[in-house]
Design a protein around this ligand. Structure first.
Ligand SMILES: C[S@@+](CC[C@H](N)C(=O)[O-])C[C@H]1O[C@@H](n2cnc3c(N)ncnc32)[C@H](O)[C@@H]1O
Length: 193
């Protein structure tokens, strides 16, 4: 990732920090399917930004690693985690240049982040029985919103096809316009075992 792109993410998290003192709510889909997630073990929040999912997972009892390229986002996540009385291990990684932390992880969350070049190796760090939750806007989202641009969007059916190709069992996949007005794929998949 270029320095300019990184600065854009840092600026975005600086702006958000000013707007929200507390971490915003985690994605509704994740909360709705909380009963599918273990309450112990290790979790990885991929490109977790300012920590809304990492903190929610840590509060549920998981030992959470949050990776992101934005030092500003990571600092905000660590501060918010401390305010929430939990610890989140924040790791600065640019997935364009370096791999994700090695697992095994019992939970992996990937929300609003698409990296087709890294997702197979990330999925490979899921422990037997481990759960992946992925949420990503689809190309259909362009019918109502110019952003995110196509490079951040999945085709309908893409996430489930990919998950099966890397050996996961797809437990839930939902595609459509959600309550926030975005057209997204929301998926829960599990590594057999
Ligand atoms: C749309 S935000 C989503 C944040 C979080 N998952 C959430 O749902 O709140 C995308 C995140 O991806 C991070 N990101 C973008 N490119 C990245 C890269 N190459 N490596 C690691 N993180 C990256 C950004 O810093 C940003 O925090």
């Amino acid at each position: 990732m270029s320095a300019a792109e990184r600065e854009r993410w840092d600026a975005r998290w600086r702006q958000r920090a000013a707007a929200d003192a507390l971490a915003p709510a985690p994605a509704r889909f994740l909360v709705e399917h909380a009963d599918r997630l273990p309450r112990a073990g290790r979790a990885l929040d991929v490109a977790g930004g300012a920590g809304r999912h990492a903190i929610w997972l840590a509060r549920r009892g998981l030992a959470v690693t949050l990776l992101d390229v934005s030092e500003v986002g990571l600092a905000l996540a660590a501060t918010r985690a401390a305010a929430a009385g939990v610890t989140v291990d924040v790791v600065a990684v640019d997935l364009d240049d370096a791999p994700a932390p090695s697992g095994p992880f019992d939970v992996i969350v990937i929300v609003h982040f698409l990296h087709r070049g890294r997702r197979d190796e990330i999925a490979a760090t899921l422990a037997p029985g481990g759960v992946l939750v992925a949420i990503q806007p689809t190309m259909t989202n362009l019918e109502r919103h110019a952003r995110p641009g196509p490079e951040h969007l999945v085709a309908e059916g893409e996430l489930a096809t990919w998950a099966r190709a890397v050996g996961l069992e797809v437990e839930i996949v939902r595609e459509g316009w959600n309550a926030e007005g975005r057209h997204e794929t929301e998926m829960v998949a599990r590594r057999p075992g």
